[in-house]
Design a binder for this molecule. Structure first.
Ligand code: K1U
Ligand code: ZN
Length: 177
């Protein structure tokens, strides 16, 4: 297994449209394993392949506290949504920023699992929010796109300043763009 580098806003590669997986093969299963390792290490509760510079429609999620509910969604599609929820969101590609975003509170999502078998599942609360956040990544969208231009500008400045400081102090890690 391997820890993968996570792209950071404003990296343009985060804005690509991810393409559907044509065949769920061993390469995809290895990608999924590496994505879980990277997500748990971060730590995070979700990760989209585009965030690790793989523009394919693969996401992993685990909103449990003890890593007990890993969920793999390949070529996910939301088939039903309802309710509205406003929740604080974060993003491993926009580190240190947490802002409220309004999303559907209940969803049904269909996808392929790691064996290439189609399934559908209902989700609500944090799981529903996290899946919508990750599917947005596959379409080149970030949660900060739901904020005002002013807030986004401030976030861009804050992250650039932090990246510069890390480079100057030599504390930059693999997570710095
Ligand atoms: O997509 C990502 O970058 C992952 C992101 C997912 C997410 C978080 C909150 C709301 C919607 C989607 C994160 O995991 S950010 C880190 C985080 O929220 C967290 C980390 C450790 C424990 C609990 C939460
Ligand atoms: Zn994110």
């Amino acid at each position: 297994m391997a820890l993968l580098d996570i792209l950071h806003f404003p990296d343009k590669r985060l804005r690509r449209q991810a393409r559907p997986v044509e065949e769920v093969n061993e390469d995809i299963r290895q990608l999924v394993r590496d994505m879980f390792e990277t997500m748990y290490d971060a730590p995070g509760i979700g990760l989209a392949a585009i965030q690790v510079n793989v523009p394919q429609r693969v996401i992993v999620v685990d909103v449990s506290e003890d890593k007990s509910r890993p969920l793999v969604l390949i070529n996910p599609e939301i088939t039903n949504l309802g309710g509205v929820e406003s929740m604080d969101e974060g993003c491993l590609s926009v580190p240190g920023v947490f802002e409220k975003v309004e999303r559907a509170d209940r969803i049904t999502v269909k996808a392929l699992n790691s064996q290439g078998v189609e399934f559908a599942t209902d989700a609500d609360g944090l799981l529903a929010v996290c899946i919508q956040h990750e599917i947005d990544h596959l379409d080149g969208k970030l949660f900060i796109d739901y904020l005002s231009e002013l807030k986004r500008h401030r976030i861009r400045k804050k992250l650039s300043k932090r990246a510069r400081a890390e480079v100057q102090s030599g504390s930059g890690s693999r997570r710095v763009i």
